[in-house]
Design a protein around this ligand. Structure first.
Ligand code: FES
Length: 291
């Protein structure tokens, strides 16, 4: 383990909202799991107890205490995917890779896991490989998916369209659905949030198509304004402390299905968004606010 790299990661996020999650996410991205030595280092550098840190690590399925392979394959076994044949998909991955769910191939290339609902139920059976969604997966498609992962996914072309799909989200605080069929956008129910800016408050509708930046709202929030986004049901703020990859502004986190988190930029008009698999935001955070 590179101690200096871990110290640098802690220094960059220490004290920020959601700091511990950012620290752990970066360490996991660097090593593909959370080495025990690194967690001791994080505890020493942040003053948090190891017990607290392990509580966070075990709470979020996105984190792993075991080394993971270069490619992470997640097969959804939520109800909608299950009834459409997801168990057969799991079995085919198991057969092709020679490992059961929860294990990593001996060459450290693939880790296979199962998850429960990723919020894209209409597309089931759903499989996610390295954050890339595959819809309506059949056993016949499994070898092609594995081959694509080995070769590296294309950055452009037809396959990228696989990343535009409808997603169902709910409030991470009260658990109520944020889908609004009464205000469709791009032919799908929109995501309804409340946006506040300069003492004014208005409804904001976002496209529920992942990969689509369409939005509509009343004129209370001007284009480019950095709004505070909250749940229209419980009124609680949805900021998660992470930065938008497009403009650097604060993002809001929404629960997608039961196993993922959709992050949307709070700046009106900014297309920034991100989907974190296995990192569903919940109403009770074990870490409190910040590291
Ligand atoms: S049940 Fe598989 S995405 Fe919802």
């Amino acid at each position: 383990m590179d101690e200096h790299a871990v110290e640098k990661i802690v220094a960059e996020h220490h004290g920020s909202l959601g700091g511990m999650l950012s620290v752990l996410s970066e360490i996991q991205a660097k090593y593909r799991y959370l080495p025990q030595d690194a967690l001791h280092k994080v505890a020493a550098a942040t003053g948090r107890s190891l017990t607290d840190i392990y509580a966070v690590v075990t709470f979020y399925k996105a984190f792993s205490l075991k080394p993971r392979g270069k490619h992470l394959i997640s097969v959804c076994l939520g109800t909608a995917c299950h009834v459409r044949g997801a168990p057969k998909i799991v079995e085919e991955f198991r057969r092709q890779l020679g490992i059961p769910p929860g294990e990593t191939t001996p060459d450290k290339e693939f880790t296979l896991e199962t998850v429960n609902c990723l919020g894209a139920c209409a597309l089931g059976p759903t499989v996610v490989v390295d954050q890339r969604y595959f819809r309506h997966v059949t056993t016949a498609k499994v070898p092609h998916i594995l081959e694509q992962a080995r070769q590296g996914f294309p950055q452009s072309g037809a396959d990228v369209d696989e990343r535009v799909f409808p997603i169902h989200v709910s409030c991470p605080q009260c658990g109520q659905s944020l889908m609004d069929a009464g205000h469709p956008l791009e032919g799908q129910a929109s995501i309804r949030l409340t946006a506040s800016f300069a003492g004014k408050m208005g409804a904001l509708h976002l496209s529920s198509l992942y990969g689509n930046a369409a939005a509509a709202g009343d004129d209370a929030i001007p284009e480019g304004a950095l709004a505070v986004l909250s749940c229209p049901h419980c009124g609680r703020e949805l900021a998660d402390g992470s930065d938008c990859p497009e403009c650097g502004a604060t993002m809001a986190a929404l629960t997608a299905g039961s196993c993922a988190a959709l992050h949307r930029c709070a700046r009106r008009g900014c297309p920034g968004h991100r989907l974190d698999l296995g990192a569903a935001v919940r109403n009770v955070s074990p870490e409190g606010k910040g590291a």
